[in-house]
Design a binder for this molecule. Structure first.
Ligand SMILES: [Fe+2]
Ligand SMILES: [Fe+2]
Length: 331
């Protein structure tokens, strides 16, 4: 029902008609935000706030779902039964994260079908990081350590996001992400105690994942088009560049512990600030991957489309069962 309402508003917006939101309503809303009150699904909110959250939460959900693919690639080749079980649990967690997040976005009036449709058609975005290939087992370690590690940096502040359902979903997600990060680091600790070939495999994985991980924090603050408004609405609490710096500061000592060399000639610790300074990120690469031209974009989408088509019978069966139950309850 609400989706239709949204469509109607989108039409108004497209035709240049403003949605009636009075200055008083907007001021009262901002006051609630400033007072650190949580905004709940049925509360009044500006249309732009609703749309920003739908975009952000659904992109986040899509990232969790697509993010299962690069790791799923190694399930059958994990080096031991224990590693296989751990990886399986981790990937299942990601599916769970996707489902919590779709549910949180649905409270804003967008339907699951619409969100999934936008992902499958290529209209919706997901995190650029999942368009890189997992070439060796060390990549699974690097993903857990760096990608889940970067996700934690991004997501911890979201536990304090002004939108209640998103903030609450993030609390559990972050707990699970910290397990993911440690499982990745544990894989690499094991490899760091291995032979020369294993150490070289780990360095190669690190070389390939380091820069894309830094890109996960998004464009630099000066180029980030949504940042200022999201900060004012307390959807976002810490800027992209600040989060990226925190990640670098936390991760470089861990790389040293593993005996890894950071693939950045410009990296150095600034003794005065206590922060690591690092080289220029290749933003063109980031934009290319976002635009659909990363190494695995087409493969990821094709696999998701096939999985969705293959799962049609499950959705039909679940729906048939639900209607039977409903009919029985009504009788
Ligand atoms: Fe996740
Ligand atoms: Fe994760």
């Amino acid at each position: 029902m609400y989706t239709q309402g949204l469509d109607q508003k989108d039409k108004h917006a497209a035709s240049g008609q403003a949605i009636a939101e009075s200055a008083e309503q907007l001021a009262a809303f901002q006051e609630r935000i400033d007072a650190e009150e949580k905004i709940e699904a049925k509360d009044w909110m500006p249309e732009a706030y609703r749309r920003t959250l739908i975009r952000q939460i659904s992109q986040h959900a899509h990232s969790e779902i697509i993010g299962m693919q690069p790791e799923g690639n190694w399930l059958t080749r994990a080096p031991s039964l224990k590693r296989k079980v751990i990886l399986l649990a981790k990937i299942q967690d990601e599916a769970g994260h996707g489902l919590y997040l779709y549910a949180a976005a649905e409270t804003l009036g967008v339907s699951r079908d619409q969100m999934v449709g936008d992902l499958l058609s290529g209209k919706a975005k997901y995190s650029s990081i999942f368009n890189y290939p997992t070439l060796t087992w060390a990549d699974i370690g690097a993903i857990g350590w760096l990608v889940d590690g970067a996700a934690i940096m991004n997501q911890i502040p979201l536990c304090r996001c002004s939108f209640g359902p998103y903030a609450r979903a993030m609390v559990r997600v972050c707990k699970e992400e910290s397990f993911h990060q440690r499982q990745g680091f544990d894989i690499l600790v094991t490899l760091s105690r291995g032979n020369d070939a294993q150490k070289a495999m780990m360095q190669d994985a690190f070389d390939r994942w380091w820069w894309p991980s830094l890109m996960m924090f998004g464009p630099s603050d000066t180029d980030s088009k949504h940042s200022a408004q999201s900060m004012a609405w307390k959807i976002k609490r810490i800027s992209n560049d600040e989060l990226r710096q925190k990640f670098v500061d936390a991760t470089v000592p861990q790389a040293e512990f593993l005996g890894l060399k950071v693939p950045d000639e410009d990296l150095r610790l600034n003794a005065k600030t206590g922060h690591y300074e690092f080289g220029e990120i290749d933003w063109q690469e980031f934009l290319d991957v976002i635009a659909g031209n990363g190494p695995c974009n087409k493969q990821r989408l094709a696999k998701r489309q096939k999985a969705h088509a293959d799962g049609a019978w499950v959705r039909e069966a679940a729906q048939a069962y639900a209607s039977k139950q409903a009919a029985r309850a009504a009788a």
